[in-house]
Ligand binder design. Sequence first.
Ligand code: ZN
Length: 298
Amino acid sequence: MKNKINYKSVIISLSLVFFTLIILLSPTTMGNELDKNLTLNKKTLKQGEILIIKTDVSSPFTKITFDDRTYDFRITNETKISLIPISYWTNPGQYTLTFISPDRTFNKSITVSSGNFVSSYLEVDKEQEQKLEPEDEKTIQKKKEDQQLINEARSSSSSQKIWDDNFIWPVKGEISTEFGATRYVNGKLQNRHSGIDIASQNGTSIKATNSGIVTLAHNLLITGNTIIIDHGWNVYSAYSHLSKINVVNGEKVKKGQKIGEIGSTGFSTGPHLHWTIKINSVYVNPKVIVNNKNLNLQ
Ligand SMILES: [Zn+2]
């Protein structure tokens, strides 16, 4: 009887040691021990939201991979921060974030949920449709040149964070098309809506959502009079269909400064602002950056 009990105790003790070792040596625990300060703003993110990862400047992790793309950390005020945009093309489901340091990796799981985007149907006349799917050489050439200007405007973001605390609405008005809306033009699937449409009166002032540097101030075929602002760290805002542009390329702007006026230039059916935010080459819902305390960095 006595021997049997001792035998059992030995088995239990050995099992405990074995499982403790497994837990201690598992990559997750090693990662947590390496980086106790790691925080995520959310573990479940809707399509169009931003995953904001913060940790201490002493963290060994230098990069993060998510959905086959690699993201860097930026450093501000003793904090390492990484902004990971969740595209409206990213399918809902479970994803693995892999944190990479020079000598090890560490995985963390996040969930992407549906952005519940609406579908919008637009009927336009032949002339407007022509602007979307141009057939004549001159229009095709102009579209190509426009795309080059747009790409250049977002090609070399400042390595310094230029934005200043919270982002603000550029104009007050009724939201006529939400971010991510699936748009059908004359019954054909055209695209997802890359920004928010804010309807307002012709000539209403448009303000810079935050401080930055103007990287484009130009009339384009589809988006009409257009402004792109670099806020640093690969965060860009863009403003389209303006009746008037009040800034020039290369100009430094302050948050809240008037940059232009509401209009209906380009592919547009009435006076409104098409406002987009692009972070690390992905459009995100502009609503999620307005007054987002996680972006109020020193
Ligand atoms: Zn729009």
